[in-house]
Every structure is written in C-alpha cells, then in structure tokens.
Design a protein around this ligand. Structure first.
Ligand code: NAP
Length: 277
C-alpha cells in the first residue's frame, strides 16, 4: 500500500505559493489572512499556531483576532474585516459562540475573502460549478488525489460523511472532476458494501477504525480526513492495519490531509490577494 505523503505535497504547493507571494510583493501587496478565534479551545488555538508557522514559511501575513464578548463582538470583528482592504482572506475557527451556526457566521465573510468556504454562498456556487473557494479540507482531498495521479474522471468515489465542511463539498468537487460519487452517512445501510464498490473512499466522519478491510476493494485509494484524539494519539477514521493488505494507497493521519489543508488555505489567501488587485 502506497502512503500518500501530505507533508511532501504541502511543501510542493508551498513552493508555488512563495513564487506568487514574490510576484505580489512587486506590487506592494502582502497576502494577509485574518484568523478569528471566538473561543479559548486548546485545539483551535494550537491550529492557529500551525497556520502562523506555515504562513511564516511562505510569506503570508497572519492576523489573529480574539473577539471576547460573544456573538455580537464576533459579528463586529467580521464586519470590519469584510471591508478592510489590507485583509484578503478570513477564517473563523470553531467552536463558535453558543447559539451561532456556521452559516450565520459565514454570511459575514464576503465570498472573495472566504478562503475556507464558510459562507453558504460559496457552497452554493460550488454546487452550481461557479468560481468559489471550497473548504480547504475538501479541496485538499481532491488536490491529493490529483497529485497522486489517481484517475478521477469516471472513477467511482464513495464519500463517507455529509458534513458541510468536508463530506458535502468534497463530494461536489469530486463530481466536478467527473467521478461517480456516492455520499454515505450515519443512516446508510450496508455501508461497507457501498464503500467496497468504490475506486476511491473518502472517510470524513470522526470515528476511529470505522473503515475496515471490508470497506476497501483491492487497489482502492483511501483518503482519511478524520482527526480523532485518542489515548494512542491522533488517529483517523481508517483501521490502517486492517486495510493495508488490500488498499492501493492511503493518506496517513497525521501527515496526510492536514498539512495540505493548511497550505491550501494559504494558497487561497494568495489567490484572493491577486484577485483583489
Ligand atoms: P460532521 O459535520 O460532524 O460530519 C460527520 C459525518 O459523519 C456526518 O455526515 C455523519 O452522518 C457521518 N457519520 C457519523 N457516524 C457515522 C457512521 N457510523 N457511519 C457513517 N457515517 C457516519 O464532521 P466534519 O466536520 O465533516 O468532520 C469529519 C472528520 O473530519 C472529523 O474527524 C474532523 O475532525 C475531521 N476534519 C479534519 C480536517 C483536516 O484538516 N484534516 C478538517 C476538518 C475536519 P449524519 O449526517 O447522518 O449525522
């Protein structure tokens, strides 16, 4: 089984990002990402550090905003960022303040700055095949498959999970690549049998070891999006030992989808900066 190295792919994408950042510097533009963190959640704070570190390597500026006063202050910060010409991309880190949905928050991010596809308009445009930023994680799924030269047109893809951040947009992106896409969820009957039909299995659930040997047909490519913190450390949704003798390729956790997601967030910020000119 081939391991699809997300860190190496992210480094390669990063070289393209650096070139773009240098071109923008000639016009006195520094691509700038505003990360809004409306909680003190340790996982959110540690991901912000990852973004800052990665951005520092490719020359993207990062502003971190901590709206402390609940939903109203979050809205005020987002409204300010929406019109700030020095800010090209806006990302809101979950968890959101109690009672606020991702959709309510996302509408405050203009689609041209919506580098993680949080605005419902972005998802709608994606569904219609119009230009839009998808969620960076969903985009990472397809980017990895393309870079690994996994054929997509005509391939059967099974996306397990229909969440708005990963499953749904990943299914739309695979459809746009002419894959034949089946979307599964918690009510899907005979999940293993459905997944076993597929050339590509994308697991975006949040359940360790959900995807076992019975889910994977010989030679299939498995993209593991799950991130689950367990006693054994960070694991995905795939039972790696079980599928290793059967699968053709797998993205590891950690070191698969995660690093590519972060780099695509930065690439999207650079694209947004270019468009803003
Ligand atoms: P989500 O919105 O909660 O969606 C989870 C999906 O899994 C739902 O559609 C749910 O079905 C489905 N599901 C739950 N139990 C299932 C089961 N036993 N069989 C089949 N489907 C089942 O979660 P998400 O935001 O998409 O995140 C999914 C995973 O990806 C999480 O582990 C998250 O941490 C990870 N993630 C990783 C990254 C990254 O950069 N690597 C980024 C974002 C998320 P229903 O719709 O029927 O409830």
């Amino acid at each position: 089984m081939r391991l699809l190295d997300g860190r190496a792919m992210a480094a390669e994408i990063g070289r393209g990002v650096v070139d773009e950042v240098e071109r923008l510097a000639e016009t006195d533009v520094t691509p700038t990402l505003a990360v809004v963190v409306p909680s003190a959640d340790p996982a959110a704070l540690s991901y912000v550090q990852v973004i800052e570190r990665t951005a520092g390597k490719v020359g993207v500026a990062v502003q971190v905003h901590h709206p402390a006063g609940g939903p109203d202050e979050l809205a005020a910060v987002l409204d300010k960022l929406a019109v700030d010409r020095a800010v090209h991309g806006v990302l809101v880190q979950t968890p959101l303040p109690a009672g606020r949905t991702a959709g309510e928050v996302g509408v405050r991010i203009p689609p041209v700055k919506d580098v993680d596809g949080m605005n419902p308009l972005s998802l709608g445009r994606l569904a219609l095949g119009l230009p839009a930023f998808p969620s960076a994680t969903a985009e990472a799924v397809v980017e990895i498959l393309r870079r690994a030269e996994v054929p997509l047109a005509g391939a059967r893809a099974c996306v397990i999970g229909r969440g708005p951040v990963v499953g749904k947009p990943a299914a739309l992106l695979l459809l746009a690549e002419d894959a034949t896409v089946t979307v599964c969820h918690s009510r899907t009957k005979d999940l293993a049998t459905v997944a076993h039909e597929a050339d590509i299995v994308v697991a975006a659930v949040g359940q360790p070891k959900l995807v076992g040997a019975g889910f994977v047909r010989p030679g299939a490519t498995v993209v593991d999006v799950g991130t689950n913190v367990t006693d054994a450390g960070l694991v995905g949704d795939v039972d790696v030992d079980a599928i290793a003798p059967v699968a053709g390729a797998l993205t590891p956790v950690p070191g698969g989808v995660g690093p590519v997601t972060t780099m695509l967030l930065l690439r999207n910020t650079v694209l947004a900066a270019r468009h803003s000119r």
